[in-house]
Design a protein around this ligand. Structure first.
Ligand code: ADP
Ligand code: MG
Length: 198
């Protein structure tokens, strides 16, 4: 077994082309509560992945969930993360994919280019550890805002063009009226600006 990544919430192992995501202990939490939280989050993550996979979104195929070990087993996407290789066209594809996910009533919660893998020109969204069911305008706006900030901080040279393409593609695919989402987006940005000036 090879350790691929060691995040603050999870360790990622690889075994024979399979990815194992194990939610790790948080020692500052009371043990019983920590056990329960990790089981619940891990299970929710697996269920959301399975729902999206069965709905036809490009996500790793979920294989199994081991509750006692807080492990999710899934297909490994052999590709390259957008964090490492990113183009304006990728931003456009991301916009379409995120709109499809929102149309299915799922908010990602951690939308960055580190959580999108490209394989054979197709984009796969990963890491549903903070995802939840919602179709609220403000929750959709928070995903868009996160992605916009990721572009600004990690892909600054392409930022403007990439964000424009992302948003244009998102608007063309989202089934809800975009106006309501846009209002919340402007709201979040307004609040952010206000807070930054202090
Ligand atoms: N199904 C997968 N296929 C390929 N690589 C993966 C897969 N799942 C996770 N990874 C790799 O492990 C890293 C961390 O996994 P992730 O689910 O994003 O956990 P974290 O919550 O720690 O960010 C990803 O950025 C990616 O490089
Ligand atoms: Mg991640």
């Amino acid at each position: 077994m090879k350790v691929l990544a060691f995040g603050s919430e999870a360790v990622i192992y690889e075994k024979n082309g399979i990815i194992i995501k194990r939610r790790v202990k948080k020692s500052y939490r009371i043990r019983e509560i920590d056990e329960k939280l990790r089981k619940n989050r891990s299970k929710a993550e697996f269920n959301i992945m399975r729902f999206l996979y069965e709905s036809g979104l490009n996500v790793p195929r979920p294989l199994k969930y081991l509750e006692e070990r807080k492990e999710i087993w899934m297909e490994k996407i052999e590709g390259i993360r957008l964090a490492e290789e990113f183009s304006v066209n990728d931003a456009k594809e991301t916009g379409r994919t995120v709109a499809k996910m929102h149309n299915l009533g799922i908010v990602h919660g951690d939308l960055t280019t580190a959580n999108i893998i490209k394989r054979d020109k197709k984009l796969y969204i990963i890491d549903f550890g903070l995802s939840y069911h919602s179709s609220k305008d403000e929750d959709f706006a928070s995903d868009i805002f996160l992605f916009k900030n990721a572009l600004k901080s990690k892909h600054n040279d392409l930022y403007k063009e990439a964000y424009y393409s992302f948003l244009h593609a998102y608007k063309s695919k989202i089934r809800k009226e975009f106006k309501g989402i846009d209002t919340h987006l402007k709201d979040i940005e307004e609040r952010r600006r206000y807070n930054e000036s202090y």
